[in-house]
Structures are given as structure tokens and as C-alpha cells.
Write a protein that binds this ligand. Structure first.
Ligand code: AMP
Ligand code: ZN
Length: 117
């Protein structure tokens, strides 16, 4: 069983923000922004590439509620899912990173995108 399945079933503790029958939102242990929350479906799928429209429909409302709950709905936030090796995905259970709590940078994501001015 993968680490996020173990978090979803309570085997591994987490710092929960919001939980429903099908979804869980919890704080990332290595936050990359003042607010960094992971949002997962409890049902295991490896990545966004395997996500179903049903799963994504529920996740939309759930994510909006999480953003409101932590006060990011007005200020703004970034929602990211890393997909596969080139996408930088380390944990192969679909998750969305909800990042905010300050003005986020939009940095070079690949060395080939660096340009000198
Ligand atoms: P990714 O690289 O997109 O697969 O993201 C995995 C994320 O999971 C990283 O931001 C990690 O900091 C985070 N993470 C790993 N283990 C845990 C854990 N036990 N509890 C909370 N976050 C975790
Ligand atoms: Zn899993």
C-alpha cells in the first residue's frame, strides 16, 4: 500500500485540513510556501493521467472548500499536480499541491528555459 493510502486510512498520521468520505486535505510535511496543502482522493490512482472524471468532479468542490477554509479563496493560490517522472512526481498516488499564503514566484522550471537579457 502506498504512503498516501496509509495516510488516507489513518495508518500514518497527518495534519488534516478537511476530510470527506472520498477526499482528504492535509498539510505537506516539507512546505514550499507559507501554506502548502496536499489534496488527495482516498481511492488510489497513480497520477492525474489515471484520474476519472467522477473523481475530478468531486475534487473540484472539495478543493474550493479547502481554499476557502484556509482563507486563500480571495487572496489566490496555485494548484499543481506533478505527473510522472518528467513532471517531478515522487509519490505515485494522485495529489494536488495547494500553495499560497503569499505572492508566489513563477520561476524557470527547466534549465533550457533560462535566457540571458
Ligand atoms: P510530489 O513530488 O508531487 O509527488 O509531492 C509529494 C509531496 O508529498 C512532497 O511535497 C512531500 O513533501 C510530501 N510528503 C511526503 N511525505 C509526506 C507525509 N508523510 N505527510 C505530508 N506530506 C508528505
Ligand atoms: Zn495510494
Amino acid at each position: 500500500m502506498c504512503i498516501f493510502c496509509k495516510i488516507a486510512n489513518g495508518e500514518i498520521p497527518n495534519n488534516t485540513v478537511l476530510e470527506t468520505e472520498h477526499y482528504l486535505a492535509f498539510h505537506d510535511i516539507y512546505p514550499k510556501a507559507p501554506i502548502h496543502i496536499l489534496i488527495i482522493p482516498k481511492q488510489h490512482v497513480d497520477s492525474f493521467q489515471e484520474a476519472t472524471p467522477d473523481m475530478m468532479a468531486g475534487l473540484t468542490t472539495f478543493t474550493q472548500k479547502v481554499a476557502s477554509l484556509v482563507g486563500l479563496d480571495q487572496a489566490g493560490y496555485r494548484l499543481i499536480t506533478n505527473n510522472g517522472d518528467d513532471g517531478g512526481q515522487e509519490i505515485h498516488h494522485l495529489h494536488f499541491h495547494l500553495l499560497g499564503g503569499g505572492k508566489l514566484k513563477w520561476d524557470h522550471l527547466h534549465e533550457d528555459t533560462h535566457r540571458s537579457i
